[in-house]
Design a protein around this ligand. Structure first.
Ligand code: IPE
Ligand code: IPE
Ligand code: MG
Length: 262
């Protein structure tokens, strides 16, 4: 059904407004290949990717999605050439400051996720300002994952529980899944319903390993700078065609099973 003649209105008409995911997470990949395909430097791809972020935030707000988590820079991305890292950090700081008035107007709350202390001071200040200035916003919550990796986050959580146990404040036997979740950067946020990865790779790259235990995964070859509202709408339509069983049977989740069979 999906083809190039689908316009946004046609796609929107296919979205069921009663089954909008509460939380969407996106691995924004493919900026470098988008630029290379045009004979441009990789940084041009990152710059172009900023407008896709703007569109994804706007579309998420319009659909009534409550949480949007964007993977913008991984812990592993620090290994890239110095010049690319510098450009990315500059772009992140510049973009967040430029977008701030719009974010406030649209009632979007920014929450920073990751090892933010590693971000260079200038970009970090702009990010913290945005987090502070949007703290009272009650619409979409935008979780920006920067200098983030899931194994780092899980290790920090383990360390924090171990400290409490060593201090005699916690019996290791009492450690629960909820206590782990409460120590992650995403504490208080429901797990993603839908995880999208653009750019054609079929991997997770150290993103939200705990939180995506039951997320629906959607991979698209569309490169991030070309991921607009149409491509996002297609992901939502695909999500709505899935049956989420959470370990149960199809009959159970569709409510057809009699109580005795449950
Ligand atoms: C995603 O695009 C942005 C970041 C990882 C910061 P890439 O820069 O990874 O683009 P490709 O994968 O090389 O095309
Ligand atoms: C994942 O993309 C990280 C972000 C999108 C921020 P990468 O381009 O870094 O992933 P790999 O290295 O190809 O797995
Ligand atoms: Mg990549």
């Amino acid at each position: 059904m999906d083809n190039l003649v689908d316009n946004l209105d046609t796609l929107l008409a296919r979205i069921d407004p009663t089954r909008i995911p509460e939380h969407v997470a996106i691995i924004m990949d493919g900026n470098g290949r988008w630029a290379a395909g045009r004979g441009k430097p990789r940084s041009d791809g990152h710059a172009e990717g900023v407008s896709s972020v703007h569109e994804a935030v706007e579309f998420s707000s319009d659909l009534g999605i409550k949480y949007l988590t964007l993977y913008a820079f991984s812990n592993e991305n620090w290994r890239r050439p110095r010049q690319e890292v510098d450009t990315l950090m500059y772009l992140i700081g510049w973009a967040i400051e430029r977008e701030l008035p719009d974010l406030i107007r649209n009632n979007v709350r920014i929450r920073l996720v990751g090892d933010i202390e590693r971000i260079p001071a200038d970009a970090r200040r702009r990010l913290r300002d945005a987090e502070r200035d949007t703290a009272g916003c009650t619409g979409l919550t935008l979780l920006m994952c920067l200098s983030y990796s899931a194994r780092w986050e899980l290790t920090e959580a383990a360390r924090s529980l171990a400290r409490r146990a060593a201090a005699g404040e916690l019996d290791p036997a009492d450690i629960s899944e909820e206590m782990m979740a409460d120590r992650l950067d995403t504490a208080g946020v429901p797990d993603p319903d839908l995880l999208i990865r653009t750019g054609g790779e079929h991997r997770i790259s150290n993103f939200l390993l705990w939180q995506i235990a039951y997320s629906e995964l959607y991979f698209t070859p569309v490169l991030w700078p070309e991921f607009g509202k149409e491509a996002y709408a297609r992901a939502i339509i695909d999500f709505q065609s899935r049956e989420r069983r959470f370990g149960m049977t199809s009959a159970q989740v569709s409510g057809l099973t009699s109580d005795s069979e449950k």
